[in-house]
Design a binder for this molecule. Structure first.
Ligand code: ADP
Ligand code: GLC
Length: 468
């Protein structure tokens, strides 16, 4: 099959969170199965584009309402990512440093979607499926099916993967003229609650809808930022496929970002060396259990609870634990997390910002990784933690529920039910008691490192889905 993945992010080209990791890995694993999976994404102004070689495969122009834009599509020439990569360059709109966060994101991602379809409409052949990821590509299923200028593409099946239904990309009907001409009586397919809603439109128009874990699929019929009824209605074409992880990138035995590489046999010494290196940089004590958090500092991740959670734990265990946080996001949360440094020097530290290498070092050097998420469609951090022998402490929700089993239920992690300071505090207490039993911790580490969360299975599940 030929599969075209459309996404705003793809690791290592541009990554803000897990979407980038997924789109940087799934196509590679689909290619390994003998298919041809390609990624077509925006060309941002970043290091990847400056440091790699490309050829121009399309040079044209597109229309966004009354505005014309020029388009160049570049193909990465070495195939070093394990799949064909195409970057859509639209000067003045996409060629910026950040992926998201601009006032004209609606215009940017619409222009990208229109440019991709203009290009594909010129191909002599048709791919077998267009796989759209999240709302930035959510108008593709509607445009493919309905816009006159893309008529030649109308029989291509489209699949939407919802990585996070919290973000929907809504905009007002005053921007309807941005969308290339279609029969106006079809406008209802764009609408949700009085606005043009790209995610809702994709849920209505895509041939199949997937979520990134089975539990998240169950949850969104009840909680999906206003889309509950629509998702319940479209349930028969929806499937929950658990994300995998890229075992080549996330491999403690070969990870060049670690202080010391390790495997099942050398895990105790390996983790110890990584922990010591981390503790040295962040002025912590490697003898104490190291609790960590990595992620976007937003409400979905329960980040606003972290300052109180850590404050209470550091007081309760009276200097006997260490905490290290890596993240960025809400400025108030960033400020409160930074303040804790003064109160607990030697026991607590935080790195505000995005740092890929540090994240690898933390997965390797930590004893425990917390994820007190309010919403977690899948979550990759817990799977990386498992692979690096770090015990996850997670709320039982979404993909966390599908990947972590509590020690009390014969499993290997620590689970709690609520996103609350008290519940997480209790979980930290259980982890502290566990840490004292070094033998059990060693056994759990070895066990979790062997759990198989690689993409092999999910890549196959997607292929199956395209064919039914
Ligand atoms: P989400 O996509 O909702 O942010 P995921 O758990 O799916 O959550 O994926 C998060 C990804 O982003 C992981 O690869 C994680 O290591 C990475 N990440 C998050 N915050 C940071 C950060 N501040 N520095 C480095 N990596 C980060
Ligand atoms: C989203 C979700 C996260 C998921 C990731 C990759 O960002 O918030 O839970 O792991 O997408 O699918």
């Amino acid at each position: 099959m030929e599969i075209i993945h459309l996404s705003a992010e793809c690791y290592p080209i541009a990554k803000v969170g897990g979407l980038g990791d997924v789109v940087g890995a799934l196509p590679k694993y689909q290619n390994k199965l003998g298919h041809v999976a390609k990624v077509v994404m925006p060309a941002y102004h970043n290091k990847f584009i400056q440091e790699n070689e490309f050829e121009v495969v399309y040079d044209g122009w597109g229309k966004l309402g009354f505005h014309n834009f020029t388009v160049k599509i570049f193909r990465e020439m070495t195939n070093k990512l394990g799949f064909d990569l195409y970057l859509v360059h639209i000067s003045g709109l996409l060629d910026r440093e950040m992926v998201y966060g601009y006032d004209d994101d609606t215009e940017r991602f619409l222009a990208y979607q229109i440019a991709v379809l203009d290009w594909m409409a010129q191909w002599e052949h048709r791919p077998d499926v267009i796989h759209c990821h999240d709302h930035h590509t959510g108008l593709v299923p509607f445009m493919v099916a309905n816009c006159h200028q893309f008529k030649s593409l109308c029989h291509i099946p489209t699949v939407l993967t919802i990585h996070n239904a919290q973000y929907q990309g809504q905009f007002g009907w005053d921007k309807l003229h941005y969308i290339p001409a279609f029969e106006l009586w079809k406008s209802g397919q764009l609408d949700w609650k009085g606005a043009i809603n790209p995610l809702a439109s994709a849920i209505k128009c895509a041939w199949r809808v997937t979520t990134v874990s089975p539990s998240y699929l169950d949850e969104i019929s009840f909680k999906a930022n206003g889309l509950e009824d629509l998702l319940a209605q479209e349930r028969s074409k929806s499937f929950g496929i658990l994300n995998g992880i890229d075992n080549e990138v996330w491999n403690p035995q070969a990870d060049p970002m670690l202080e010391k590489k390790y495997n099942l046999r050398t895990v105790d010494a390996g983790k110890r060396a990584n922990k010591e290196a981390l503790c040295k940089v962040f002025n912590l004590d490697p003898e104490k259990p190291l609790f960590t958090f990595i992620g976007r500092l937003v409400g979905e991740k329960g980040a606003d609870l972290l300052p109180d959670i850590f404050y209470n734990a550091l007081i309760e265990y009276n200097g006997e634990i260490n905490v290290l946080v890596l993240g960025s996001g809400d400025s108030q949360v960033e400020g409160r997390l930074s303040q804790l440094k003064e109160a607990f020097p030697g026991n607590y530290n935080v790195y505000i910002g995005y740092n890929e290498q540090l994240s690898h070092q933390i997965y390797a050097g930590a004893d425990f990784l917390l994820m007190p998420s309010r919403v977690e469609p899948c979550g990759l951090n817990q799977m990386y933690a498992l692979r690096y022998g770090t015990i996850p402490i997670v709320r039982r929700i979404g993909g966390l529920k599908d990947t972590v089993i509590d020690i009390g239920d014969g499993g290997f992690g620590i689970c709690h039910d609520q996103s609350s300071v008290w519940d997480v505090g209790h979980a930290i207490g259980r982890a502290y008691e566990l840490y004292v039993n070094a033998k059990e911790v060693k056994e759990i580490r070895k066990f979790i490192m062997q759990l198989d969360h690689s993409w092999d299975k999910a890549a196959q599940q997607y292929i199956h889905l395209y064919q039914i």
